[in-house]
Design a protein around this ligand. Structure first.
Ligand SMILES: Nc1nc2c(c(=O)[nH]1)N[C@H]1C(S)=C(S)[C@@H](COP(=O)(O)OP(=O)(O)OC[C@H]3O[C@@H](n4cnc5c(=O)[nH]c(N)nc54)[C@H](O)[C@@H]3O)O[C@H]1N2
Ligand SMILES: Nc1nc2c(c(=O)[nH]1)N[C@H]1C(S)=C(S)[C@@H](COP(=O)(O)OP(=O)(O)OC[C@H]3O[C@@H](n4cnc5c(=O)[nH]c(N)nc54)[C@H](O)[C@@H]3O)O[C@H]1N2
Ligand code: SF4
Ligand SMILES: [Mo]
Length: 769
């Protein structure tokens, strides 16, 4: 039998440690890694099935160019030369706004993401569309306002929480907290702990909950407003906490006075006594809250998270161990995008600002199809399949077909790749290095550099390498002296990277280069010597870690190895020797390492210069006041044309977004069905398993039903992992055909995919199996 090697799963943000057994350059077995400091011998069904992601016949091996309706194999040299020329032509004729990137936000691919960002900076464009603009814009915008940084968002400190609240998430299935099933079971079974789920339907997670609060679909903003009003009316708020850590408590009080709490509960369809009981729990026990797509893709998907964060503050659990904590991040992510900064671009057609640098994905088609001469003309797509994963499939496809140039970096023949001008073959997570940035393990910060466990076949290249070569082909990387290449080689040969660093800094200072180009230079020199751009960027991220000087790295028992005189003279630089030693630990431990350990204090993660929680925000002030029982009741009352509500998308065991393309994982069943409450079926005269037509404002599809009490009356759900073509056969429908591009939140533009008005009609004579 083959050798077992350590890697980590790339199927979701948890990046669980895995051990894989390989034979003939194939993964044959997978098991959870007991040595992983993060996942501790945990993995789920998706992790165990990575071989279906890795090995299949639709993988790409060579650069391809569209010639007429065919793709022809070309060399990397030709591909890069032609792409470089075409991008430069767009740049020269129309300026940087005409160029953009899509995607590159898969969770365990931080170096790749950083290289895409560097590429955009060198081109001079801010046009970026990623999954960020499809899912959590609302919470991140809100954290930006309240805590001062869009990356400074809080999640449960579940190891110390008494109560775990899951709001609008099906965590037992989707694993949006680490070791999800173990943790959910622990809270469910331990008599000292409590699991609360807020979700209108009886999901898999709801069945595990001690308390399942099932508000009327789409009524969360009203419910949360009423809950805070009730807490204040009863005087249950944590006043000492508010006095010490929050600004403007008096200014937000009017948001919660004159709220008809009882009437709000009635409209939200939850008994007043139940809401009161929930509020009492929140104000007497230590709780952590994880909110997810039910909130951030639901109605009012910026306002609801904003109010939830206010509620965390009013109850005194935000930035508090045992409550909701802001994770430490090993590398510098910045503060996100300030929508009041005049230098930040807005979309041409709808005037939306980006969140965390990403524009709302529903705006992409109009940004391409716009008559404005500055419209988008050339796109590079990486790690994304926008004509399946972004709203309005048909419009998206039309828009992408209208581009002057579409370049797709992919591991396999995706739907978006099929309409590209050039397809560039990339290594998968198991053939190249990269590191994971999302490490929710507070107080520990964990770094996991994924080591390749397979050799890439054909001419696949690491993503970071492709971004670097594209920038180079455009002439965006300055000429690098031979001595720097040699210093990089020496660094790898001797393990002394500090000498290379000194040479690098000297070069940058002498040539007066902008810091923006540094990642490219590191990639081209140290990346080349290391055999991996991702490795070299992991090193760069490590030695510039914001955790330096906080004592966290020393607390994790790291010690410097090499010391250099200059580093000893300048205290700030001394940390670099320590961090360089940490990088060596990262390289030596493919199971991941504890990078740092925080002390028992979390308020320092508030990024506002005054160190306070800013409760009030002018941008949202009027909006909150509009959330009244009368107005919400009117808005929530379904209309004749579209009497039902559709969740366009459901993260199910049957797939992993569009990443798991191979249908082998579902070979014994048809998982692309709509979940429908049997009572709705009876009213519509539909039988279980019957084919129906679903229609929304953007489109219409035919699909089989599956009756289940897992969904409530009036709410149907369609998974979004389908409409994919594999080996020439199409599987299921694209949920995004049913999501109108501009069905988005008024504040940030995040899609409202969990609340799409629709109608369902039986297809006469159609009772298919
Ligand atoms: N197996 C699997 N796991 C995955 C993924 C996958 O594709 N497959 N994808 C991963 C990714 S990228 C993500 S972002 C996560 C998503 O993880 P989740 O957010 O947990 O996934 P969803 O299935 O969208 O769950 C949203 C829940 O919100 C509820 N909901 C809908 N409307 C409302 C509402 O108005 N109010 C409230 N309170 N709740 C509402 C829905 O009933 C549903 O149970 O999953 C990750 N994990
Ligand atoms: N209607 C609806 N739409 C949704 C959702 C929903 O619930 N409803 N969920 C949204 C959410 S939460 C998310 S996160 C997004 C995800 O949407 P995207 O960010 O577009 O990601 P995917 O659609 O999963 O596509 C990932 C692509 O990356 C490719 N890939 C895999 N590994 C690699 C690699 O190593 N390198 C490269 N270059 N490519 C690779 C895969 O083959 C696949 O084609 O979808 C969103 N879209
Ligand atoms: S929880 Fe996420 S990272 Fe862990 S094994 Fe499952 S899919 Fe992979
Ligand atoms: Mo997501």
């Amino acid at each position: 039998m083959g050798e077992w090697k350590r890697t980590n799963c790339n199927m979701c943000v948890q990046a669980c440690g895995l051990e894989v057994q390989t034979e003939n350059n194939m993964i044959v077995n997978v098991r959870p890694d007991p040595k992983s400091p993060r996942s501790q011998n945990y993995c789920c069904r998706k992790g165990r099935s990575i071989k279906n992601y890795q090995h299949h016949t639709d993988r790409l091996n060579y650069p391809l160019k569209r010639v007429g309706n065919e793709f022809v194999k070309i060399s990397w040299e030709q591909a890069l030369k032609e792409i470089g020329e075409k991008l430069n032509q767009t740049l020269n004729e129309y300026g940087p706004r005409a160029i953009g990137t899509v995607g590159c936000s898969l969770p365990a691919a931080q170096a790749n993401y950083a290289m895409a960002e560097t590429f955009r900076k060198l081109v001079g464009t801010q046009n970026q569309f990623t999954a960020i603009g499809a899912e959590f814009m609302g919470p991140w915008w809100s954290y930006g306002k309240i805590l001062g940084g869009q990356f400074n968002f809080a999640d449960p400190d579940e190891a110390r929480n008494e109560v775990l609240i899951l709001w609008g998430t099906n965590t037992y299935v989707t694993h949006q907290i680490a070791r999800a099933r173990t943790i959910v079971r622990e809270f469910s079974e331990d008599p000292e702990k409590m699991l609360i789920l807020v979700d209108p339907r009886l999901s898999e997670t709801a069945r595990m909950a001690d308390m399942h609060v099932a508000p009327r679909l789409g009524s969360d903003a009203l419910l949360i407003r009423a809950m805070i009003a009730l807490i204040l009316r009863e005087g249950w708020q944590h006043q000492d906490y508010l006095d010490e850590h929050a600004l403007d408590f008096d200014k937000i009080k009017p948001w919660f006075t004159n709220v008809d709490i009882e009437e709000s509960c009635r409209i939200c369809q939850i008994p007043y006594e139940e809401v009161k009981k929930l509020c009492r729990i929140l104000t007497t026990r230590k709780w952590g809250l994880h909110m997810d797509l039910g909130i951030s893709m639901g109605r009012h998907n910026t306002l609801s998270p904003y109010l939830l964060i206010v509620m965390m503050s009013v109850c005194g659990v935000l930035c508090v161990p045992g409550g909701c904590v802001v994770q430490e991040i090993m590398f510098d992510q910045g503060l996100g995008t300030d929508d009041h900064d005049q230098t930040v671009w807005r979309t041409l057609e709808s005037n939306y600002a980006p969140v965390k640098g990403s524009f709302p994905v529903g705006c992409l088609p109009e940004e391409i199809l716009s008559d404005n001469p500055k419209h988008l003309r050339s796109l590079v797509v990486a790690m994304s399949n926008p004509i399946r994963s972004y709203p309005d499939t048909n419009l998206m496809e039309k828009a992408l077909n209208n581009l002057d140039l579409l370049v797709v970096m992919e591991t396999c023949m995706s739907e978006t790749a099929r309409i590209a001008d050039y397809i560039l073959p990339e290594t998968t997570a198991y053939e190249g290095y990269d590191f994971c940035a999302f490490q929710y393990s507070w107080p520990k910060t964990i770094c996991h550099l994924k080591h390749p466990v397979l050799k890439p076949e054909g001419e696949r290249l690491e993503g970071g390498e492709i971004w670097m070569r594209m920038a180079d082909a455009m002439g965006l990387i300055p000429k690098i002296p031979e001595s720097l290449y040699n210093a990089a080689k020496d660094a790898v040969a001797t393990g002394d990277r500090i000498k290379y660093l000194k040479k690098l800094m000297l070069f940058v200072v002498r040539k007066k280069l902008s810091a923006d180009v540094l990642p490219m230079i590191i990639a081209k020199t140290l990346g080349k010597a290391m055999g991996s751009v991702a490795c070299s960027l992991t090193w760069a991220a490590t030695i510039t870690s914001p955790l330096a000087g906080t004592g966290q790295i020393e607390r994790a028992s790291h010690k410097p190895k090499n010391t250099h005189r200059i580093m000893q003279v300048i205290p700030k630089l001394k940390d670099i020797c320590l961090l360089d030693a940490v990088f060596q630990e990262i390289m030596d431990h493919p199971e991941g390492i504890v990078f740092g350990i925080a002390d028992n204090e979390n308020f320092h993660r508030i990024a506002h210069s005054d160190g306070k929680i800013h409760l009030f925000n002018e941008d949202i002030n009027e909006y909150i006041k509009r959330i009244t029982p009368e107005k919400e009741d009117m808005a929530l009352t379904t209309k004749v044309e579209f009497p039902l509500v559709l969740s366009s998308g459901r993260h199910t065991d049957a797939g992993v977004n569009n990443v798991m393309r191979n249908p082998r994982t579902n070979k014994y069943r048809n998982p692309c069905v709509i979940a429908m409450n049997p009572e709705d079926g009876a009213e519509l005269g539909i039988k279980d398993g019957q084919k129906v037509r679903i229609t929304t404002q953007s489109g219409s599809v035919e699909i089989e039903t599956e009756f289940t009490y897992q969904t409530c009356k009036g709410y149907i759900l369609v998974p979004h992992h389908f409409g994919l073509e594999f080996n020439g056969k199409k599987y299921g429908i694209s949920a995004n055909t049913l999501l109108p591009a501009k069905h988005m939140d008024e504040m940030t533009g995040d899609p409202i995919a969990r609340y799409v008005p629709c109608r369902v009609e039986a297809i006469l004579g159609g009772s298919e199996s």
